[in-house]
Design a protein around this ligand. Structure first.
Ligand code: WT7
Length: 634
């Protein structure tokens, strides 16, 4: 009999099979959760003790200057020591760290932990030879190829701070992020592939660098056999650099303080330009290690596949760092799920014997659309666990994923978290009874609350703002270069608690149901975009005087972007112009930000102080009541 007793629960519940319980690392969720609740520091100290440190901490958690929490105070470490170096002394040395397949399926590359060390060390030596030192920022702008992971790890190894910009972003988004981070070096590639499309990454870098004076060097990884323009003195082919004596496979891992910065990652917030979320070596290392270990229960024999892009936090934590720290064998696929046919992922699962698949609701909905015949053509019996992330998963997609892909034997880990949290925050572990659409309960050591406008907890079943009560090791430390904004954005509305920016409900079983963002963040296919960025792309067009962007429900993407623009005087409205503006946003920000529609209008609803009331636009567009409009100018 399964250990989790079937107590009466509300709604539709999926209990773990006996096999899942037998296999699971955590058989008694309640016991571990209550242990962590009673002794937060003790829980995290035990996790940290499973890893290697150059010097251990004097204190697990320093709460003396909230919200500037410090973890593993006084400890010396480097995340690369635990991601790679420590495995070289064990049986893992010759085990596979990474399996990669090209979009067309014609190329396959594999790297043992030993080979990872060599590749990362070579790149680290190359970067060092370009004058990059501890604390310097390096922008990485690449597609899904092994070198993106090498580049991140190479920076970490020498103490440089990486700033990965998603390869689907375009020139203005890239330029803004390079400029804000003051990067000295950009690592990119000539072209990348995505769902059958060729993305000219280097060309975009060239355009962006016209306005980025801090960049001294560009390293270009060659992916295709074509000539592209290279600027003498600035641009260097990576394969040429690798022939230099300096590019050898030996590079010491820099000994760092646990609180030294590891990376920044830009994400969209309420207003203004994207924020650089800062993560550090020690705490982030422990957080990603423990969460992946418990939630996806990774074992040596697993073939783990996180199908996200390394350019988002999911890829940072659960393609690169978490899996390597756990000594896992990961699979990385260059392409998308449906090119050339909608069985591309199922082919990969069958070919490599993937045991864990972690993806986003938008991908599942996209695959569902093509029907069951595609997955049913393939042997998916190797799968034992599934995962979902990025946006709420609609129960229909959950059930399809569970039945058609998981054959009703694979629990689905619906993991709620954010760029800021660095690790899973609300998530089940494999034996937890599941409810389609709920991420269940907070991870060990965390307590969540749903509060009202005044910060008071609401009754179960009611909607409110989701806040987190405890610090956690992989929490963001600040917004890079803007401590004030960090405090204001996350810790001011609900003093002493972390404000997530999401609305949610809790049911009587203590399960959390995420509803969505309460700020001006739009979630397009799980990608986080800000209304401010879309609007500034629109007003950069000579025809536009003012713009507003909102997110509206979209069947496949979760949310789609809808824009309203006021033209400059003298510019005539036309359908062609509206279409041009859609393409303009895509060119400036990237195809993911292409609006569903651009509507040319005469007036925007504004408050008397001149702020655009997106809430009113949203309500009008959906034919819903406009709510409180007392602040609306007439
Ligand atoms: C926002 C954070 C963290 C990985 C990718 C997204 C939404 C994320 C879930 C989920 C419902 C989710 C929230 C959150 N979100 N995961 N499992 N269920 N909503 O990171 O780009 O920083 O976005 O994504 O709204 O605040 P991100």
């Amino acid at each position: 009999m399964a250990k989790t007793s079937k107590k009466e629960m509300e709604g539709e519940v999926y209990y773990p099979s006996e096999q899942v319980v037998t296999q699971a690392r955590v058989k008694d969720w309640e016991a571990l959760a209550s242990k962590a609740e009673k002794d937060l520091e003790g829980f995290w100290e035990a996790e940290a003790s499973e890893l290697e440190w150059y010097k251990k901490w004097d204190k697990v958690l320093d709460r003396s200057n909230p919200p500037f929490f410090k973890w593993f105070v006084g400890a010396r470490t480097n995340i690369v020591h635990n991601a790679i170096d420590r495995h070289l002394k064990t049986h893992r040395k010759n085990q596979l760290a990474l399996i990669w397949e090209s979009e067309d399926g014609k190329e396959e590359r594999t790297f043992s932990y030993y080979a990872m060390n060599r590749e990362v060390s070579r790149m680290a030596n190359v970067i060092k030879s370009m004058g990059v030192k501890k604390g310097d920022r390096v922008t990485i702008y690449m597609g899904r190829i092994p070198e993106i992971a090498f580049a991140m790890l190479a920076c970490a190894k020498i103490g440089a701070i990486h700033s990965v910009v998603f390869g689907g972003f375009s020139v203005d988004a890239l330029q803004g992020r390079i400029d804000d981070s003051q990067s000295k070096l950009v690592i990119t590639m000539d072209r990348s592939f995505n769902n059958g499309k060729v993305i000219p990454l280097k060309q975009t870098v060239d355009e962006a660098l016209k306005r980025c004076p801090t960049v001294e060097n560009v390293i270009v990884v060659k992916r295709v056999d074509e000539d592209i323009p290279m600027e003498a003195g600035r641009d260097h082919w990576y394969h040429d650099l690798l022939t230099l004596p300096i590019a050898n496979g030996k590079c010491p891992t820099e000994e760092l303080d646990a609180e030294d910065p590891l990376y920044i990652l830009y994400t969209s917030g309420s207003t203004g330009k994207p924020k650089a979320i800062l993560h550090t070596h020690g705490g982030y290392m422990v957080g990603t290690y423990a969460t992946l270990k418990y939630v996806f229960d990774v074992q040596d024999e697993d073939r783990y596949w996180c199908a996200a892009d390394p350019g988002w936090v999911t890829g940072h934590s659960y393609i690169v760092y978490g899996p390597l720290i756990n000594g896992t064998t990961s699979f990385m696929f260059e392409g998308g799920p449906t090119y050339p046919y909608p069985n591309r992922w199922w082919q990969c699962i069958e070919k490599y014997g993937i045991t864990i698949l972690y993806t986003a609701p938008t991908a599942i909905r996209g695959l569902m659309r093509f029907g069951e015949a595609w997955p049913n053509k393939h042997d998916l019996s190797s799968l034992r666990l599934l995962g979902s992330v990025g946006e709420p998963i609609n129960p229909e997609a959950w059930k399809w994923y569970h039945r058609v892909i998981g054959k009703e034997k694979c629990p689905i880990m619906d993991t709620w978290w954010q760029t800021e949290t660095g690790m899973f925050m609300i998530t089940p572990t494999p034996t937890v009874p599941l409810k389609p659409g709920s991420g269940t309960r907070p991870f060990f050591g965390q307590t969540a609350e749903i509060v009202d406008e005044e910060g008071k907890p609401v009754e179960d079943g009611n909607e409110g703002y989701l806040v987190l009560k405890n610090p956690w090791p992989s929490m963001l430390r600040t917004i890079y270069g803007d401590d004030e904004r960090y405090v204001k954005q996350y810790w001011t509305k609900n003093p002493g608690k972390y404000t997530t920016g999401d609305s949610a409900k809790r049911d009587k079983d203590g399960y959390y149901w995420i509803i969505g963002r309460v700020d001006d963040v739009i979630k397009v296919s799980g990608h986080r975009l800000g209304t401010a960025e879309v609007e500034s792309a629109l007003v950069s067009h000579s025809a536009v005087a003012e713009a507003a962007a909102i997110g509206l429900p979209h069947e496949m993407k979760g949310q789609g972007i809808h824009c309203f623009v006021i033209l400059r005087s003298g510019v005539a409205p036309s359908a062609e112009l509206a279409e041009e503006l859609r393409q303009h946003v895509a060119h400036s920000m990237g195809a993911i930000a292409r609006p569903e529609e651009v509507k040319i209008i005469d007036k925007l609803p504004k408050t008397r102080s001149g702020k655009i009331m997106r809430r009113v636009l949203k309500a009008r567009a959906q034919g819903l009541p406009e709510g409180d409009v007392s602040t609306l100018e007439e």
